[in-house]
Design a protein around this ligand. Sequence first.
Ligand code: ADP
Length: 167
Amino acid sequence: MGEIQIVQGDITRLEVDAIVNAANSSLLGGGGVDGAIHRAAGPALLTACRPLGGCPTGEARITPGFRLKASWVIHTVGPVWHGGDQGEPELLQACYEHSFALALENSIKSIAFPAISSGVYHFPKQAAAVIALESMLAAHNDFEIIIACCFSASDTALYQATINALV
Ligand code: ADP
């Protein structure tokens, strides 16, 4: 049975088999965590993403991690929040499920996620944390460690309170 760890910090620094990128549908880089991952991985990441031809919302694609400590980057496209009645919760859950499925196919044992859609895509943070942590709880038997990587102290506190309420 694997562990779920809530960690505060920069996901690009983590020594795990795979980190997940909150990408946009072009897969050609962007701001936020996406920009940080491309900067840390180096230009070969963009070269690897280009032939993938983008990725629909809720799905995921995998590339090597290049200069990252992580061997793999799983790129998933979270939903933009439009009020909640356009399938946003289901699409966010699908991001986690598709990321875990790709990880299993590639024998990945340790994986770290950022708070997908919780930045410029404006998914309400509390609701996003519930979906993230429920998805991790559903998958944790398949992995040695799943890290929820929070960037800010307030996000870390929110994740901690959320997981305490779920388990
Ligand atoms: P989205 O477009 O899916 O909302 P963002 O990159 O804007 O993606 O934000 C997703 C989350 O990633 C936010 O909570 C943001 O604070 C966080 N974040 C930004 N940079 C990093 C980083 N280097 N490591 C981990 N999390 C990060």
